[in-house]
Design a protein around this ligand. Structure first.
Ligand code: MTE
Ligand code: MO
Length: 372
């Protein structure tokens, strides 16, 4: 069993698949804290978790043509300036189960918890690439990452991001070795992972083994044959993966974590809670909540500090406390967020449905009963 050596996990996680391990925190724990505690941070593994010895670990960074490659130990990585940033990581498949309800898709049945937030620390990718002699001359180039996890044929997990993002110090792309002040837990990439603020989870390669600059995107299955969006009209007989760009920055997203679907709440007043986030560093400027399925709206209160313009890498938690109209027996609660480009969420899944069930950012809806 290649999974026999996987780490033990927190019992509160809602397990999607055991091998490989895929799990999310339940809604009520997800937004209990702005920073997600490491043991309940959602986990998305495609392969068995490698067991890496930190003493012999080496990160291979390919140099430019004619240049020299770097072979970095953990101690070598610690010599680079340590950079810290709070980043929300979201899987492209977050909220896929709502898409499935509309029409069948292929993929893990994520609820709304394939998203979490941590304070990451490590070396900036741009500093490491510069040390290897790379410059931003090839504007069309890509930085390819390989994990130390591999399938039975020996093919590692891989992904890539544009070189322009990797070399931009303002983009804050990290080779992270700390998560919330601790060494990375094994499930989250011990000893080193990539963190690409504002970009889909799939590019945050864990158990990082190799970095190279290439003229083309990674040839990995997960870069070329997965994590892409398509029209609702495309099915598995007609899909042409080369015709769509790989997902990088994600669209604006929000979801309700309290109350829960099907719950019975007390009459009088309701408190609605949730999260909101947008990709590419776009800040959340507003969350609208409806208690009547979208007929009328109230503006939720955003918690925490104002986000940095163009560098809003982490989610905003929000809440709304509202009196309930007397005699209401049921509520159809809806939320939708607006980012600082005034991007909004579509009202239903239908127009954004796709065969792989990615990029679901439709209005989130929760139906509850009111106690008499
Ligand atoms: N990196 C490696 N090496 N192997 C993987 O399976 N999964 C990716 C990404 N990096 C993956 C990986 C996907 S699809 C996501 S959503 C994130 O890791 C999840 O990170 P987490 O498990 O720390 O939440
Ligand atoms: Mo993912």
């Amino acid at each position: 069993d290649p999974y026999a050596d996987d780490p033990t996990r927190h019992s509160a996680l809602k397990v999607n698949t055991q091998r490989p391990f895929n799990a999310e925190p339940p809604p009520e724990l997800l937004t209990e804290n702005y920073i997600t505690p490491n043991p309940i941070f959602f986990t998305r593994n495609h392969l068995p978790v490698p067991n890496v010895d930190p003493d012999t670990y080496r990160l291979n960074v390919a140099g430019p043509p004619g240049g020299q490659s770097l072979c970095l130990s953990l101690d070598d990585l610690y010599q680079f300036p340590k950079h810290e940033v709070t980043v929300t990581l979201q899987c492209a498949g977050n909220r896929r189960s709502e898409m499935t309800q509309f029409k069948e898709v292929r993929g893990l049945e994520w609820s709304l918890g394939a998203i979490s937030t941590a304070r990451w620390a490590g070396a900036r990718l741009c500093d490491v690439l510069a040390q290897a002699g790379h410059q931003l001359c090839e504007t069309e180039a890509h930085v390819c990452f390989e994990g130390l996890d591999s399938d039975p044929t020996g093919t590692p997990y891989g992904a890539s991001i544009p070189l322009a993002r990797a070399m931009d110090p303002e983009a804050e792309v990290l080779l992270a070795y700390e998560m919330n002040g601790q060494p990375l837990p094994r499930d989250h990439g011990f000893p080193v992972r990539v963190v690409v603020p504002g970009v889909v989870g799939a590019r945050h390669v864990k158990w990082l083994g190799r970095v190279s600059v290439e003229p083309e995107e990674s040839f990995s299955h997960w870069q070329r044959r997965d994590y892409k969006g398509f029209s609702p009209s495309v099915d598995w007989d007609t899909v042409d993966f080369d015709s769509a760009p790989s997902i990088q920055e994600l669209p604006v997203q929000s979801a309700i974590t309290q109350p829960k679907e099907g719950e019975t709440i007390e009459a009088g007043e309701v408190t609605v809670r949730g999260y909101a986030w947008s990709g590419g560093g776009r800040a959340v400027v507003r969350v609208d909540v409806s208690l009547d399925g979208g007929l009328t709206w109230q503006v939720a209160e955003l918690e925490g500090e104002e986000q940095r313009a163009r560098k809003a890498w982490a989610w905003r938690l929000w809440h709304l406390q509202a009196p309930l109209p007397a005699g209401k027996k049921e509520l159809n609660i809806v939320c939708k967020a607006v980012d600082d480009s005034y991007n909004v969420q579509p009202d239903t899944v239908a127009p954004i449905w796709n065969l792989r069930g990615v990029l679901n950012n439709a209005w989130h809806r929760v139906h509850v009963h009111v106690a008499p």
